[in-house]
Design a protein around this ligand. Structure first.
Ligand SMILES: [Zn+2]
Ligand SMILES: [Zn+2]
Length: 212
């Protein structure tokens, strides 16, 4: 297990991570999503710019809130975020966004004892272009009914995961890795250390990781 935020043993070996001349910007977008008559506003963004910049080699700035009217389909929301015209956009909302399950996911779900339904949709905490420059996250599924600091950390973990996708990383089977994701699993990777990756993802992402 390697950590980007804390460096540890890998730090001296990866000094080349500093050899970039320009630090890319990520715009953090407070996103208001209007679904039907409901307005799903954005969570408190305080702390996230500093925390993201401590993990990834990016500058993060919070921009003006952006309002969209959409269904709760995460791809639609992501599309709207891309249309907002920011360079690298990471949008935060509280909306209960969902994705349609793929054929493969549906088969897996049935194998696990589920029942087949037409057009299954499941809630997701985030969605990102991979690779790309747009991502959206919500604290709706994992942030309700828990103390604020836990909700904050869970959302940060999702942001770090989705940014990893933007940088081209795929999902991971390793539960200890920040790229772990299994949308059909009953057990989620919750409250694990943030900015920690398996060897493979550490190597893949290391030019993006801030090693101090
Ligand atoms: Zn993922
Ligand atoms: Zn991994």
């Amino acid at each position: 297990m390697r950590t980007g935020a804390m460096g540890l043993a890998g730090a001296l070996l990866h000094r080349n991570a500093f050899c970039f001349d320009a630090t890319p910007y990520v715009s953090l977008i407070p996103l208001e999503v209007h679904i039907g008559k409901d307005l799903w506003s954005y969570p408190n963004l305080e702390g996230f710019p500093e925390e993201l910049s401590a993990i990834y080699r990016v500058k993060v700035e919070v921009v003006e809130p952006y309002s969209i009217t959409s269904g709760n389909d995460a791809s639609e929301v992501l599309h709207a975020v891309r249309e907002a015209g920011y360079g690298h956009a990471l949008a935060l909302t509280r909306a209960p966004i969902k994705v349609k399950l793929s054929e493969e996911d549906i088969k897996k779900r049935i194998a696990e004892g589920g029942t087949e339904l037409e057009g299954w949709r499941i809630g997701v905490s985030g969605l990102a272009e991979s690779p790309g420059t747009a991502a959206v996250v919500t604290d709706y599924w994992r942030g309700r009914g828990v103390p604020k600091d836990i909700a904050h950390n869970r959302l940060l973990e999702v942001m770090v995961h989705e940014l990893g996708h933007n940088f081209g990383a795929d999902d991971c089977d390793d539960r200890g890795c920040n790229m772990h994701s299994n949308p059909t699993a009953k057990v989620r990777r919750l409250d694990a250390p943030i900015g920690v990756y398996c060897e493979r993802h550490y190597d893949f992402l290391r030019d993006w990781l801030r090693i101090v």
